[in-house]
Design a protein around this ligand. Structure first.
Ligand SMILES: Nc1nc2c(ncn2[C@@H]2O[C@H](COP(=O)(O)OP(=O)(O)OP(=O)(O)O)[C@@H](O)[C@H]2O)c(=O)[nH]1
Ligand SMILES: [Mg+2]
Length: 389
């Protein structure tokens, strides 16, 4: 095998020349560009073209396989390596920079182990006992401290804070009332045309609980209700929602785009409440969340958005969900579900306090319509203290 070098001012002509001399199968290995001439505006590009001239019975790789000492090949391989390196360097840098700046979920930060005595050294007596209990229920230490302090007085003898009541529940309810906002029971005026959309991750109980609310509004409050589903993605989702609607004898619409949502909402003008069920979306799936925002956007002026969160989520994950969802939707309230599936319901305190979003309902099981309660301070205190509610 032979490597031949051509030099000239026109690259195409050099290639044509090589092909003319060695046939159309000649292999072009590389080319170099050099500036020629000393005066800047008279500078001309000069090319050096390197071609591999085929031999009748040996290819390039055959020669390499034989591990023959061939300085020419080594020289050209080196040249090719350098060219490749030069080409991929900006790409490598771009990837490295991206990796450096990629936002890590906030919950990946590892919490330092808690030094209980040090952390809560300003408390004594019942206050300390209540803090211990809150921590056992997965209440965030900072939130436990802040809540307990709300119901403390200063014990001059001990020079520390202690509860100003001997009842844990009273202390907790008092603190919760100051720190958490409650949406309260759904009281809807006839003819008010309220639109409520339920959003949240997959499988948290959006559809089930939407129909618990629908039942309350239809059966107890005698309101005119319609349900719109934009969950056309999951197999069986529409059937599930349609059969609930049939039982309640309320109109049901399945739509897929924002134009249809706008039109459907206009047609439902005479209704008191329209409930919108959405497809569960991972909070990491920005693309699909954007798609849903686009669809819901057409009714957003008068729409309330309820974010449905399961109580069995880890605290850090739940906060991540709220933070990611709220970048897409103006969240009106947090609707908790699956309280029956956890013994450590600290999330009921941590999430509303950290997010400063009001809370609305809590789902206590799978049964429609009865497994739902309005959330208030006393109810949260009962769940945390492990009392039946
Ligand atoms: N244990 C328990 N199960 C619940 C509760 N709420 C809902 N579920 C169950 O959770 C499962 C999922 O409920 P869905 O209402 O379909 O959840 P979804 O959020 O609409 O799900 P996607 O539409 O797939 O995102 C069902 O089996 C419900 O019966 C609850 O409070 N406790
Ligand atoms: Mg659903």
């Amino acid at each position: 095998m032979e490597i031949v070098k051509y030099e000239g001012y026109n690259l195409d002509e050099l290639i044509l020349q090589a092909k003319k001399e060695y046939g159309k199968d000649v292999k072009i290995i590389s080319y170099e560009v050099q500036e020629s001439g000393a005066i800047p505006f008279l500078k001309k590009k000069k090319y050096a073209l390197f071609v591999q001239v085929p031999t009748p019975d040996e290819g390039f790789f055959d020669i390499l396989a034989k591990e023959e000492k061939n300085e020419e090949i080594d020289k050209f391989l080196e040249k090719i390596e350098k060219m490749i390196d030069k080409k991929i360097e900006p790409l490598k840098q771009a990837l490295l920079n991206k990796a450096d700046t990629t936002e890590l979920p906030s919950h990946t930060a590892v919490a330092a182990p808690l030094d209980f005595a040090q952390e809560f050294k300003e408390f004594t007596g019942d206050a300390l006992d209540l803090i211990k209990l809150l921590l056992k229920k997965d209440v965030d230490p900072k939130i436990a401290k802040m809540l307990v302090k709300e119901s403390c007085g200063f014990d001059i003898d001990a020079n520390k804070f202690d509860l100003n009541t001997s009842f844990f529940k009273e202390a907790l309810v008092n603190a919760i009332e100051k720190k958490i906002k409650f949406k309260g029971p759904l009281k809807i005026q006839k003819g008010s045309f309220k639109v409520i959309a339920f959003v949240g991750p997959t499988g948290v109980g959006k559809t089930t609980n939407l129909f618990k609310i629908a039942s309350e509004l239809v059966i107890n409050q005698k309101l005119k209700i319609a349900v719109i589903s934009i969950d056309t993605f999951k197999v069986g989702a529409i059937q599930q929602a349609r059969s609930f609607s049939n039982i309640l004898n309320i109109p049901f619409y399945a739509i897929t785009d924002s134009k249809n949502l706008k039109k459907t909402l206009q047609n439902l003008n005479g209704f008191d409440v329209v409930l919108i069920d959405t497809v569960g979306r991972s909070h990491y799936d920005y693309w699909r969340l954007g798609e849903m925002k686009e669809i819901l956007g057409s009714g957003s002026d008068f729409m309330e958005i309820s974010l449905v969160i399961s109580c069995n989520y880890k605290n850090s994950e739940a906060l991540e969900i709220v933070n990611r969802y709220r970048t897409f939707f103006p969240i009106n309230d947090i609707f908790f579900t699956k309280i029956d599936e956890t013994y450590k319901p600290g999330i009921l305190l941590n999430l509303p306090i950290k997010s400063n979003i009001p809370v609305s309902f809590i789902s206590t099981g799978q049964k429609v319509p009865e497994d739902i309660r309005v959330l208030n301070a006393e109810r949260i205190a009962n769940y945390i203290l492990g009392e039946n509610v």
